[in-house]
Ligand binder design. Structure first.
Ligand code: A4P
Ligand code: MG
Length: 152
């Protein structure tokens, strides 16, 4: 059954924009892509700002199959896991799959923190305003701001 799914991408190490674009080109069944937003790091150690975006899929894959896709894209970016919420070349999370609710030790869908995170909700809103909580309040512009790609 083909369903709507959303993956969230984040990067704050190395060529952040290249990591995102490379990954998006290798995610199957993508039908819509949000803008790229620059975002202040939330949680974890002191670290550089992130680039965040969300992609929409129209897919037959299950959330678990999508988790495998996420891990493969992180491996492409040579992601090294040191500390939770620490800096990373690429993080790809399964945010939402229409009709799927999962609470396993290694996979929780909808993503348990997505509804409290402006760096997820602002790009997601461009693609799926129906998923944004009614009481969501836009954060100050120094938390999430439009990304200006470098010229040239
Ligand atoms: N896991 C469980 N559910 C999922 C899911 N729906 N999608 C498991 C993906 N993975 C899921 O993740 C840890 C484990 O979560 C995985 O083994 C997977 O089986 P990880 O990617 O290895 O580590 P992490 O990302 O450091 O941990 P976590 O808890 O996923 O962190 P978050 O919540 O994703 O937060 N600030 C800004 N501005 N932008 C960001 O993108 N990201 C984080 C990471 C923190 N601060 C940030 C950002
Ligand atoms: Mg993650």
């Amino acid at each position: 059954m083909t369903r709507r799914a959303f993956l969230g991408l984040g990067s704050n190490l190395g060529d952040r924009e290249a990591h995102l674009n490379h990954a998006v080109g290798r995610i199957p069944d993508v039908v819509k892509i949000s803008s790229i937003w620059e975002t202040a790091p939330m949680g974890g150690p002191e670290q550089d700002p992130y680039l965040n975006m969300v992609v929409q899929l129209s897919t037959d894959r299950t959330a678990r199959q999508l988790l495998t896709v996420c891990r493969e894209r992180e491996e492409d970016a040579d992601r090294v896991r040191k500390e939770r919420w620490g800096p990373r070349t690429l993080d790809v999370d399964v945010l939402w799959v229409d009709g799927e609710v999962i609470d396993d030790h290694d996979l929780t869908v909808p993503h348990p923190r997505m509804f409290e995170r402006a760096f997820v909700l602002i790009p997601l809103r461009e693609l799926a305003p129906d998923l944004i909580p009614d009481d969501f309040v836009d954060p100050p512009l120094d938390d999430v701001w439009p990304y200006q790609p470098a010229e040239g």
